[in-house]
Design a protein around this ligand. Structure first.
Ligand code: FES
Length: 526
């Protein structure tokens, strides 16, 4: 099995029974904030795009690059579709001209002509990607590969049960706006960033250990930030709180925990994977490439500047009545929302900075009051500050997912009272009837599901499944003193009270081994 690195989470898998192109991303994403690094735009995409199968793990724009898919990928390719709850991904593919689809039943091996086997695991909680993320398992001629991508399944047993895996591709770096955009003292940001960076690596080691593949390929990031306004997010400034460590850092951190089987793919690197080993060739030596990272980034910044400027020029739509349109789009959803609105639990304020860089219009999305209105000098749960032009653009293009556009762009700052609130972001990625209904239904089921099994961790008896997304705490739970940490997403819980220290709600059921009465759980959405 031949694996060609094509940048970020993208790769082309070639076998004698056919080729699969995964997640080809080339054009900047999220308001021209993210670019693939190393640059992959100079690859021979005309040739790479002539494939038998196309797999895109999810709709995040650093994976689903509509322009690139339209311009370069063969419309004869059969699209391998994860079993997602909504038809959005298929609709987007059809709009680009794709007509051949294979809807892969979730977690079931599908045998394709010639003996190529695939299995797709779809994750479908409202917090998984843009309502859905997925991983692709491939087997041909005894060689097995798992492209886990940036998906976070609770465990990898469904893949491990299919036999020993030879190549495991997974994310290790950050792909989020936290903590950089928060209006915090620099020392606090650094401390939170460092924690997050450590957690990302811990989670990666755990997944690697789960599968024990012969070879581990760090993929799916980090992106690079070429706009001057975002340049500081690149991990080139010696900031230990930077959440975007690159592949060379992965190799050195992995070595510290005994990892010796990491393989980095640059765009154009080729790995030949067999049951006996892997041989890899690179367009330039890996160490040399990363030793010159700053120079590569500076060169890319100059080359891509016109693209960024052209995108920026398209954002302003002065004719858009922002308050009026937010009202008409969001108020009907507020009226329908039970779980998400209750979960947010307070007003969320948007400060929109005008074209002059100074004037500010403040708009409140009032979840309890079910209305969108001007800010009224009140206490708010969250405050976001961003350029008015960005919101104008989102309204102009009728964007239903403000996470997959505004928030991932990192072109905003934020402040909040209290803990992280996942419902805020879940709501703003569900600005359509279809998505909102799905998310509401998911939380409804989640709320009702019983979770009676308990386990013992250290001196504590705790519920087996994490109150966040049900990770098995026998594997992901760590108790230190009176605190439980679930390593899947790093959420922490105070065991004596059961309180979640990371987010609103999500109480854990726990009691000391020597005490009989458990602390009450529940009230997950308060
Ligand atoms: S499942 Fe997310 S922190 Fe446990």
């Amino acid at each position: 099995m031949r694996v060609t690195g094509t940048g970020h989470a993208s790769m082309r898998i070639d076998t004698a029974a056919g080729s699969i192109l995964c997640d080809p991303w080339v054009n900047p994403a999220y308001f021209a904030s993210w670019f693939p690094f190393p640059d992959n735009s100079l690859l021979d995409w005309e040739t790479l795009g002539q494939v038998d199968y196309l797999y895109v793990s999810h709709l995040h724009r650093d994976h689903f690059d509509a322009k690139h898919l339209r311009d370069f990928i063969s419309k004869d390719a059969t699209v391998l579709l994860p079993e997602f709850p909504t038809s959005e991904m298929e609709d987007e593919f059809r709009a680009l001209g794709f007509t051949k689809f294979l809807k892969a039943p979730n977690e079931q091996v599908v045998e394709l002509p010639g003996g190529l086997k695939i299995m797709i695991q779809a994750l479908t909680s409202p917090t998984d990607g843009p309502i859905g993320d997925s991983s692709l398992w491939v087997e041909y001629d005894g060689v097995r590969l798992l492209n886990q991508n940036d998906a976070r399944p609770t465990d990898l047993s469904v893949f491990a049960e299919l036999g020993h895996v030879h190549a495991h591709m997974l994310q290790f770096s950050g792909a989020i706006w936290y903590p950089m955009v928060y209006e915090l003292p620099q020392a606090a940001k650094t401390a939170f960033g460092k924690q997050k960076r450590d957690r990302q690596f811990d989670r990666t080691w755990r997944y690697i250990d789960d599968l024990k593949a012969d070879h581990v390929f760090p993929i799916a990031g980090p992106p690079c930030f070429l706009d001057d306004a975002l340049w500081q997010f690149n991990d080139i400034h010696g900031d230990e709180g930077n959440i975007f460590p690159d592949q060379s850092v992965f190799l050195s951190e992995y070595a510290k925990v005994g990892g010796t089987n990491g393989i980095v793919l640059l765009p154009g690197s080729v790995a030949e994977v067999t049951t006996d080993g892997a041989t890899t060739t690179h367009p330039v030596p890996i160490e040399e490439f990363f030793a010159n990272k700053v120079a590569h980034l500076e060169e890319m910044r100059e080359r891509k500047r016109p693209i960024i400027e052209a995108e920026k020029a398209s954002w302003r739509h002065p004719e858009v009545d922002v308050l009026g349109q937010m009202k008409s789009r969001i108020e009907p959803l507020l009226e329908e929302s039970i779980y998400l609105a209750k979960g947010v639990g307070g007003p969320v304020r948007f400060d929109l900075v005008g074209y002059d860089g100074e004037s500010v219009e403040s708009i409140v999305v009032d979840f309890p009051g079910q209305e969108v209105r001007p800010y009224a000098d009140e206490k708010v749960r969250y405050r976001f500050r961003t350029d008015r032009a960005l919101i104008e653009h989102l309204l102009f293009i009728d964007e239903v997912d403000w996470v997959n556009s505004l928030f991932l762009s990192c072109r905003f700052s934020a402040a909040r009272i209290g803990q992280y609130n996942e419902f805020v972001y879940a709501f703003f990625k569900c600005l359509s009837e279809e998505r909102l209904q799905y998310a509401e239904g998911w939380y409804d089921e989640h709320e009702r599901s019983t979770d009676a099994e308990d386990i013992t961790l250290g001196d504590w008896v705790v519920q087996r499944r994490c109150p966040h997304l049900k990770a098995d705490l026998t594997r992901f739970g760590i108790v230190e003193g009176d605190q439980l940490t679930c390593q899947l997403h790093g959420w922490r819980f105070d065991l004596p009270s059961g309180r979640c220290l990371t987010s609103v709600g999500h109480k854990v059921r726990a009691h000391r081994v020597d005490k009989e009465t458990p602390a009450p759980a529940g009230e997950a959405l308060t």
